[in-house]
Ligand binder design. Sequence first.
Ligand code: TRP
Length: 363
Amino acid sequence: MKNIILTGDRPTGRLHIGHYVGSLKQRVELQNTEYEKFFIMIADAQALTDNYGNPSKVRNHIIEVMLDYLSVGLDPKKVTFFIQSEVKALPEITAYYMNLVTLNRLLRNPTVKSEIKLRGFDHEDKGIPVGFANYPISQAADITAFKATIVPVGEDQLPMIEQTREIVKSFNHVYEKEVLMMPEPLLSENEVCLRLPGTDGNNKMSKSLGNCIYLSDDSETLKTKIKGMYTDPTHVKVSDPGHVEGNIVFTYLDAFSTEADFKKFLPDYKNLDELKEHYRRGGLGDMKIKQFLFNIMEELLIPIREKRKYYEAHLSEVFEMLKKGTEEANGYADKTLLEIKEAMGIDYFTNASFFDEQLKKYE
Ligand code: TRP
């Protein structure tokens, strides 16, 4: 049996290099492996659970995120892209799963817990919207509606997969049928890539903190952002010994540089270990390591910008892709919904057995 791969993103901003190393790069590699189907969902309904007051933000980023996907080389011939809210079976499946999960279990979900704090939902005047608390169940519907067996995600999504696995187990047990498939998470291998810090060094790269390098940033913007990057405050003069740990330029080099980059842009050093060693000893200036990082990032982003330009000039192609992908996704999800309803015995009109049973009762 071949795998069905499914993953998704909330359309609340353009994608940045944190998304790239954390997941997009892996998806591009994954699209060239063997599988039955590879879905990528634009999770607009989920984005609305904490952006309910700002629907235009979500609306405006659907095509932006699609352009970012295509620009990194995700291939519409290999991947099916679709919009979550346009798949009608998903909220219905969500509703049935809601009977299988307790409120306490939802509020114990570590991701939900930290987001409640982050959004200030735990303050007296706000309160937790039901739709927000429920989103792990909705995400379980996203995953199971397509019978996904592999879900490539970042670390922060592991509790969602765990929740989904509990629902799968519970559903198949309660309704005594192996209708749902058990999904496995697939994490990015490189540890620094799981949570790339922002250019300010303090936090995860995040658009609300203004510390992102976007895939669509032009060359000048990239240069300015790298120039302004946090390094080591104790490394004042070039000759001073420097720290590599917590030095964001080095963190990025950990994530992005290869030995080939050294050959090409910094042949005085064989690899990153040698460069780090020199920085620690003293005598290596920040400008030099920043220029090196710029060269690497620029080489990465040039083809991405070019592809984006192409699709920006062919928006109707992008729109059609999304529309066709969504139709296809509806086919898969509708089929699973029927199986779910059948297992639950609520398939009154789609299965003759319901009417036959009633006839027998009154024979
Ligand atoms: N929760 C994911 C995020 O915030 C987006 C998402 C929604 C998702 N549905 C999904 C990811 C299904 C994987 C599978 O990035």
